[in-house]
Write a protein that binds this ligand. Structure first.
Ligand code: GLC
Length: 753
């Protein structure tokens, strides 16, 4: 069923079929077709999401040709580690202002795909392995950018969780994980932030291209979630244009040179495509033009203020993984050896369509020197160019080790070279380059006071973690990352970032290790619900650093959490937090839920809400976080409905998914499950049914002694009950229930539905 367009605006209603069809594909690589006669203006769309990639000459969707200068903010892997929805909204608003200044109407972001495996080349563009974290942080970005009147494009819808074979691979996912993990992230954004557009992904989902899947783009996105915007294709994602428009995919980008517009006209005229779909697509483009129409001429962008915001965001994105003996923050008078080419040539964003041409670029070595009153010497330590020249490698390392031995503290800037992770490519391992690993080992051998600062878009293995006192996971921090890092190293900023994805000990431990990439263009999400921390918790596995982890230069204690059920059935969890250290700081508090004796498979605990509090030393404050009742639901694939299970839930207040600080139990009233009994229902299911149970017990007991045992069995909790309970109703004639009797039982049981 297609969501009927209530009415086509006057402008659209008078267009010919050819004119309407022409609106459903782009006019140029980055813009739509205007129709001046009806006042429909050209709409410009371009990338995002961590800055504006506005190209005014050569065009491409892979970040190859140059773009106009724009502020490069931290990509999502970094920004998401802030868990700061207010900050994310401010960053997105700044991007919106820059978009306005360059006449862009829609910025292609945020990326709300789940980080299913750390191997994914685009993880730097995504927020989390968890759907509530990903959805909440993505929604903040949408709310921020749309506050400027510029539209967002929530992407890549959906289940685009690898780059390998992305243009045709089928993400084969069971219904519960598809709904509860991969779609839930997008659902949160659509229903909380109302993005003006959604971008369908390249891949198939369970065999159907996202670009032409009516279940995905109409039944779920529009009819269930209430999305009322426009669906735009990823660039080059449309395989069958007519099927796509019938499915609810409104705008093909880039244009196909008019080829597909004619196909649409022909399909309508032949009767194979209902014109209502073309009207709807044209109407949605009209509405998008109206929503994004510039309302004021204010186009000035304060480039310095945006750079300052980028620096604030960078500092808040950094995760302090460990800090033995409080080595950090360093004194400004400290005697420091800064080692690592990234300190001078920062790795600050990912490769591909999100690649921004920054307005300026901070170098960590410069920013550290400007904050320092002590001595700072630098050595590259390794080459950023791919080299096998062992002499060069050895010489760089020897120079660096010599420097490390000559200074009191060493700060090593290590990470993944840009070529290692990119849109369109996946990694095959989690390792840092060997020359960097060798360098770190050689430095540790001559100086115990080592801080490692990591620049990486996705998880890397940290074999040295136990042997260095301090590690900053700095992800990719945008153009002001050098300054943000210097602020954290010297303590001008107290780090408060927390991991939004698990750092595993090794690749073999990861949930998708045996299925990632797939083959023959099918990838089976064999881990089901157990993505990210859900996997490691269910298997009680050690990890390098858990989801939600992040230290501070101060410390925090938690009181016992309390909970209140709101009128809407949501659960407000409140906890008091105290700064027990000597320095002001911010704590991100997480709330995880679990239910004992669930009737379905469940992760050990799942993130349901989070909040944060900033406290002076000795200060206390309470944080109240809302766990939505709807987020407790699991998807019932037979009833085809969300079900909140009744029972006793435990809500945990935590500093990470494995640093649990207190819990509170709440009795939740569950939903009725509306599942018709059928001949394929099991005897156990039927015996538990309020109507069918007594009728069947009577039927089985009414036919003489030998069948009475069949009814009695369900009076006790015996192994036999399990065995017999597994019988499908259609096969219990042997227990004395005739086919006619069974039909009567089914009719009576389903009569109330
Ligand atoms: C790319 C990306 C998408 C981007 C679009 C336009 O292939 O998948 O994220 O917005 O094309 O560049």
């Amino acid at each position: 069923m297609h969501t009927p367009i209530t009415s086509t605006s006057a402008g659209i209603a008078n267009l010919t079929l050819e004119e309407k069809a022409s609106l459903t594909s782009g006019g140029t690589f980055w813009s739509t077709k205007p129709i001046e006669s009806i006042g429909l203006r050209e709409i410009t769309l371009t990338d995002g999401p961590h800055g504006l990639r506005r190209q005014d000459k050569a065009h491409d969707h892979l970040g190859i040709a140059q773009s106009l200068p724009s502020t490069c903010f931290p990509p999502a892997a970094g920004l998401g580690s802030s868990w700061d929805v207010e900050l994310i909204a401010r960053v997105a608003e700044a991007i919106g202002r820059e978009a306005r200044a360059l006449d862009v109407d829609v910025v292609l972001g945020p990326g709300a795909n789940i980080k299913r495996s750390p191997l994914c080349g685009r993880n730097f563009e995504y927020f989390s392995e968890d759907p509530i974290a990903s959805g909440t942080l993505s929604a903040a970005w949408v709310q921020g950018i749309q506050a400027t009147g510029v539209g967002a494009s929530l992407k890549h819808f959906a289940a685009n969780n690898q780059e390998f074979d992305r243009m045709r691979s089928s993400s084969d996912i069971d219904e519960r994980p598809l709904r509860e993990i991969y779609l839930r992230s997008f659902q949160r954004v659509v229903q909380d932030a109302h993005p003006y557009t959604v971008m369908c992904s390249y891949n198939r989902i369970n065999g159907v291209y996202a670009s032409q899947d009516p279940w995905l783009l109409t039944s779920v996105l529009r009819d269930e979630w209430g999305f009322d915007g426009l669906v735009v294709s990823d660039w080059g994602a449309v395989d069958d244009r007519v099927a796509a428009i019938a499915a609810g995919m409104d705008l093909e980008m880039p244009p196909s040179g008019g080829r597909s517009d004619q196909e649409i006209v022909d399909a309508v005229e032949s009767g194979s495509l209902d014109a209502v779909h073309v009207d709807a697509a044209a109407q949605r483009l009209w509405e998008l033009a109206e929503k994004t129409a510039p309302t004021d001429s204010a186009r000035a962008v304060d480039v310095d203020a945006h750079h300052a915001l980028a620096r604030e965001a960078a500092g808040r994105s950094i995760v302090l993984l460990k800090n033995d003996d409080d080595l950090l923050p360093l004194s400004r008078d400290e005697d420091i050896a800064v080692i690592g080419a990234f300190a001078e040539q920062p790795r600050y964003q990912g490769s591909g369509s999100s690649n921004i041409n920054p307005t300026r670029l901070d170098k960590a070595i410069d920013e550290m020197r400007s904050l320092s009153n002590g001595t700072i010497e630098f050595a590259a330590g390794f080459s950023l160019e791919k080299t096998t020249d062992t002499e060069t490698i050895a010489a760089l390392r020897e120079e660096a080790v010599h420097l490390a031995a000559a200074h009191r503290v060493v700060v090593v800037f290590a990470g993944l070279p840009g070529r290692a992770e990119s849109e369109g490519l996946d990694r095959s391992h989690l390792d840092l380059p060997q020359d960097q690993l060798d360098l770190i080992e050689a430095i540790i051998a001559v100086n115990p006071r080592v801080v490692v600062v990591l620049s990486n878009g996705s998880v890397v293995r940290l074999p040295f973690a136990a042997r260095v006192p301090a590690i900053l996971e700095a992800w990719l921090l945008g153009q002001a990352g050098g300054g943000g890092t210097a602020d954290v190293i010297f303590g001008d900023v107290n780090p408060s970032g927390k991991l939004t994805e698990t750092l595993p000990l090794r690749l073999q431990d990861t949930p998708a290790f045996l299925s990632y990439g797939g083959e023959f263009s099918h990838v089976r999400y064999s881990e089901g619900l157990f993505v990210g921390y859900r996997w490691y918790d269910a298997r009680d596995m050690d990890v390098a650093f858990p989801f939600g982890h992040g230290l501070s230069y101060t410390s925090f204690s938690y009181g016992e959490p309390t909970a209140v059920i709101t009128d809407d059935g949501d659960i407000d969890v409140t906890v008091s937090v105290t700064n027990t250290g000597a320095r002001a700081g911010r704590e991100v508090v997480q709330v995880y839920s679990s239910i004992g004796n669930s009737s379905v498979q469940r992760p050990v605990r799942e993130l349901k809400a989070f909040g944060s509090v900033e406290l002076e030393p000795g200060g206390s404050a309470t944080v109240t976080m809302r766990a939505r009742r709807a987020d407790l639901a699991y998807w019932h694939p037979i009833a085809q409905q969300w079900v909140v299970e009744g029972g006793l839930y435990t809500f945990v207040a935590a500093s990470s998914s494995r640093d649990l600080r207190g819990e509170v139990e709440v009795e939740v009233v569950g939903d009725e499950i509306d599942v018709a009994l059928t001949r394929d229902s099991s005897l156990a299911e039927a015996m538990a049914h309020p109507v069918a149970g007594p009728l069947l017990a009577q039927a089985m007991g009414a036919n003489g002694q030998e069948n009475a045992s069949a009814a009695d069995i369900f009076d006790d909790d015996s192994a036999l009950q399990t065995i017999m309970g597994a019988y499908p109703l259609g096969r219990i004639a042997m227990m004395g229930v005739s086919s006619d009797m069974l039909d009567q039982v089914l009719a009576a049981s389903n009569a109330q539905r």
